[in-house]
Design a protein around this ligand. Structure first.
Ligand code: SAH
Ligand code: SF4
Ligand code: F3S
Length: 453
């Protein structure tokens, strides 16, 4: 048996793709190793969303040179979004690299590796019109026995001006709903309690046939009926395609968790228009209001970037203002980074790096206070927690998540991974909640008062 070591950068879709890579290779006599120095094959599944993400690939490749010179039989391959973007250029730039495979070539990996090994030929295979096929997830390759990610779409047609994804993942393609339902049924039968549906823009699942979000709602309704499955989540939603019917699913579908990740990117209309996002600040606010009216408990998280070309101090103030008004549960924030061939890389009025840093620090300090206050507001309440395991970070305590996706740590003696237990929240911290299974003396037992029952 040969050994493969896989390093993964980037988003949840890349994490899921790396599970597939391991699964596909294991059917061809490879087994996973944590130790690159023991591997016969080293693969890097890469991300190119920002310059910094791409640089991680090159610095890892630099460190691997030593292993290759010690073991000439070692094969080094690069897949994912940098591979897709660079193709042959990557082979030219990195002489000790053997294989480059595009984002649609995972199933062919065993053949590609075999060709490199037998013919001693370096190669790149990155055609974007290659047909996609998603193998159903297998237990041995999932990081959790009770949680699983299921990719429902690949690619993106939105062409936000800053974003490289449509170029590296290709046009949108949706998996047939019957394949997804069959996979989720299998997962539930294997003991998976929570499924996360993945796509760059899940709201346009099934488009153009299922335009208006109907195909996605049909899918959610179908998954809702699967016995054994307890929780359903999805990411990412695009504000422009978030329909009233999908908003109404929160609260109507009992398995759909009360959490939405809805990136807003910027608070000023002029910036949103230049970004080609297809919504205004007012439209975004309306959608958040509708979500909260429909399901008051819903947690809202988002993505935002600072320093998009031409973003003025007044535009940035509008971003801060939107954050203050919405009070997100959590926020992922980035400095804008030029990504060729995304259109904004050619826009004038670039914001200096130093100014981007200053804006990001100010924004993150603001959000930190809001997240903490939101966590502290949970003190004294009961939460339904899906138990995920014990965590070193919390000194060996048990750890799990609420339906709103907040991490809860709590002490317990006899527990099982996969159970859902009511936990009394004692303290809110910056990144998690701390609780206990029994109420402090004097406090009556209450049931969780979730809007969606
Ligand atoms: N499909 C998702 C986002 C995918 S990328 C969506 O549409 O929301 C994840 C996040 O990275 C984006 O939401 C954005 O905030 C950030 N991002 C994308 N391109 C970027 C760039 N060129 N510079 C900085 N941040 C970027
Ligand atoms: Fe990128 Fe926009 Fe597509 Fe998201 S919707 S992946 S930000 S182009
Ligand atoms: Fe990165 Fe590709 Fe995901 S660019 S964010 S790994 S789709």
């Amino acid at each position: 048996m040969k050994q493969v070591h896989i390093s993964t950068f980037g988003c949840q879709m890349n994490d899921r793709d790396s599970e597939l890579i391991a699964q596909v290779l294991s059917a061809h006599d490879y087994r996973l190793t944590e130790r690159p120095e023991e591997a016969d094959l080293i693969l890097i599944n890469t991300c190119s969303i920002r310059q910094k993400a791409e640089e991680k690939t090159y610095s890892l490749l630099g460190r691997l040179k030593r292993l290759k010179s010690r073991n000439p039989g070692l094969i080094i391959g690069v897949g994912g979004c940098v591979a897709q973007q660079e193709g042959d250029r990557l082979l030219e730039r990195v002489p000790h690299l053997d294989l480059v495979f595009g984002t649609r070539w995972i199933n062919e990996l065993p053949d590609l590796v075999q060709t490199v090994r037998q013919r001693g030929r370096r190669m790149a295979e990155v055609a974007l019109d290659h047909p996609l096929r998603y193998l159903p997830s297998e237990k041995a390759f999932r990081p959790s026995p009770i949680k699983a990610s299921v990719t429902i779409m690949h690619g993106c047609n939105n062409y936000c001006a800053y974003c490289v994804v449509p170029y590296v993942r290709g046009p949108e393609w949706s998996r047939p709903p019957e394949d997804i339902a069959a996979e989720v049924r299998r997962l539930a039968a294997q003991g998976v309690k929570e499924v996360l549906l993945l796509g760059q823009n899940v709201n346009s699942y099934g488009a153009p046939k299922g335009a208006g979000g109907r195909a996605f709602i049909d899918l959610l309704e179908q998954l809702e009926t699967i016995a054994g499955l307890e929780r359903l989540r999805f990411t990412t939603s695009h504000p422009k395609d978030l329909s009233p019917d999908l908003i109404a699913c929160f609260g109507r579908l009992s398995k759909l968790c009360e959490h939405i990740h809805l990136p807003f990117q910027a608070g000023a209309d002029t910036v949103l228009a230049r970004m080609n996002r297809g919504y205004t600040r007012a439209m975004y606010m309306e959608r958040i209001q509708a979500l909260r009216e429909n399901c008051p408990e819903i947690a809202v998280t988002s993505d935002v970037m600072v320093g998009f070309p031409g973003e003025s101090p007044a535009d940035f103030e509008q971003t801060l203002d939107l954050i203050r008004e919405i009070r997100f549960d959590d926020l992922f924030s980035f400095r804008y980074s030029d990504r060729h061939p995304a259109r904004a890389s050619g826009f004038p009025d670039k914001v200096p790096e130093e100014e981007k840093r200053r804006r990001l620090a100010e924004l993150q300090a603001l959000q930190k206070g809001i997240t903490l206050a939101r966590h502290q507001a949970r003190e004294g309440t009961w939460e339904q927690v899906l138990v995920e395991g014990t965590s070193k970070k919390s000194g060996g305590q048990w750890s799990g998540r609420t339906r709103t996706n907040r991490i809860v740590n709590f002490p317990a003696t006899h527990l099982e991974v996969g159970l859902t237990v009511p936990v009394f929240i004692e303290k809110g911290y910056a990144h998690s909640l701390k609780g206990r299974l029994s109420p402090p003396s004097g406090e009556g037992r209450q049931e969780d008062s979730c809007c969606c029952g």
